[in-house]
Design a protein around this ligand. Structure first.
Ligand SMILES: *Cc1c(COP(=O)(O)O)cnc(C)c1O
Length: 469
């Protein structure tokens, strides 16, 4: 070992010495002593190993304390934690899909902090049913006869197939045997439910006569599946839902549509022409319609089923309905989310998913400009650029639509863009961003105004801390 290295090792401050420094003492005021001591020990161990590898390390307490603070915060943070989504993808499945409206959050807090009439009928003064709470609004909003909400849309599809078509054949077009987000595959869910898949048509074309020809004694259901994250273009043909409904009626076979995202507002005025509303499918006469709660609807995780009363009653009697039932917090979030849909205009403003998707490009651009100028103020050396770009809806929703957005592009000079991205991702709160051509992009679509000050702080810290600390 070189003597300079030896003297550097000897110069490492002791734990007690660091604890007496003003800033570390400040940490002690708001964090348990044991966490601060652990963080100091870990930091010093890291310093020691870097010195042994011959690196030079700044041993002044001003340099060590920020790292100690970072470790204290990280150790205390919950595993599931809020973060800043700077990807521009509104429905990012890995980042928790829909963010909830203020009204939904307030209702969850109100319902969660005390007792409720979850399964108590206040009129009759006796035991009630938990599904009545959401049925009321869903029936009113969609025009369906009845409704049931379970844990997620995968559970909804499973429950319908298992109840209505177990040991029977379910006819599906080959063009709709899709896989959604890794683990939901129509043929696999079908197999697990005990229904038998009967594929008809070809990948690009399926005709009504294909369904008609496949119907037999063992047919239990005609199923249509929204292609979600996948689009076929060119020489394609699918059977209009009205024709499928007419065929089901004629043969006495239920018709189900797994809508996937399922929206309750008409997206056509916003240029999205491909997304049928749930109401339209009810009007078309589809017997069972399933969709997710946390995609375009903008609510909590859930699987909504609306449709014919006799079929929904059968779903409720399936023992699996109990296994898939939702809790009171989810009901509270849904009821407040759905209530906003009574006024579609209100829903567009109040529900974050809709507000983020439909915000005017100029509003996003102004936010990007604000972020860039705040960055310039706090870090005079950096030269962020504001660029026009496009973001995706995400969550398997609206894949053919790209939404005009604006991004703040930062090319860090003192460190690599990958290291910059990693520091942002590992900070508290984490910031998740995209990289393109050696620049880090912060997409202003999904950054809330209230998050801007923290975002600036995180970016400044990531650019300033000495490398690999
Ligand atoms: C997303 C999706 C599902 C799965 O929904 P989850 O709520 O994630 O369980 C099922 N079917 C379709 C068509 C989808 O788009």
């Amino acid at each position: 070992m070189k003597s300079t290295q030896k003297s550097a090792l000897a110069a490492i401050p002791a734990v007690d010495e660091l604890l007496k420094q003003g800033e570390a003492a400040g940490l002690l005021a708001s964090h348990p002593r044991s966490s601060v001591i652990d963080a100091i020990r870990e930091t010093l161990a890291e310093v020691r190993s870097r010195l042994r590898q011959g690196e030079s390390v700044d041993l002044r307490s001003e340099a060590l304390i920020p790292e100690i603070r970072r470790r204290v915060l990280q150790a205390e943070a919950y595993s599931l934690q809020p973060l800043i989504n700077a990807t521009g993808i509104v429905l990012h499945t890995n980042l928790g899909r829909a963010t909830l409206s203020d009204r939904a959050i307030r209702n969850m807090a109100a319902v969660g902090s005390g007792y409720t009439n979850l399964e108590y009928d206040l009129e009759a003064g006796m035991r009630g049913k938990r599904h009545v709470h959401l049925k009321r609004l869903l029936v009113r909003l969609t025009g369906a006869e009845d409704a049931l909400v379970v844990n997620n849309n995968a559970a909804a599809v499973f429950l319908c197939l298992n109840t209505i078509a177990r040991c029977r054949e379910v006819i599906v077009s080959r063009g709709e045997l899709v896989e959604i987000g890794g683990s939901f595959r129509v043929p696999d869910v079908m197999a697990a439910s005990g229904a038998q898949l009967r594929e008809v048509g070809t990948t690009n074309k399926t005709h009504l006569r294909d369904y008609e020809g496949a119907i037999g004694d063992t047919t239990g259901m005609l199923l249509k599946v929204h292609q979600s994250n996948y689009r076929m273009i060119g020489f394609t043909e699918e059977v209009p839902i009205a024709d499928l409904v007419a065929l089901g009626r004629k043969k006495g076979i239920p018709v189900m549509f797994d809508l996937g995202s399922g929206c309750l507002v008409d997206f056509r005025p916003y240029g999205v022409l491909t997304e049928p509303t749930v109401q339209e499918m009810v009007t078309a006469g589809v017997d069972l319609i399933t969709f997710s709660g946390d995609k375009l609807l903008g609510g909590p995780q859930g699987g909504l089923i609306v449709g014919r009363k006799d079929l929904i009653s059968r779903l409720q009697k399936n023992p699996m309905a109990r296994a898939f039932r939702i809790d009171k917090l989810t009901i509270a979030a849904f009821e407040a989310t759905l209530a906003a849909y009574a006024e579609p205009e209100q829903a567009g403003k109040e529900i974050p998913v809709l507000a983020m998707l439909f915000q005017p490009a100029e509003k996003i651009h102004r936010r990007a400009l604000r972020i860039a100028s705040a960055l310039r103020r706090s870090l005079p050396g950096i030269r962020p650029r504001v660029l026009r770009d496009a973001s995706q809806a995400g969550g398997g929703s609206l894949p053919e639509t790209s939404w005009p957005t604006s991004v703040v592009a930062i090319g860090p000079e003192a460190l690599s863009v990958n290291e910059f991205e990693e520091r942002l991702r590992k900070g508290v709160p984490p910031v998740i961003a995209r990289i393109r051509n050696d620049r880090l992009l912060l997409d202003a679509r999904t950054i809330a105004d209230r998050e801007i000050p923290v975002l600036i702080e995180r970016v400044a810290a990531a650019l300033q801390t000495s490398p690999s600390s």
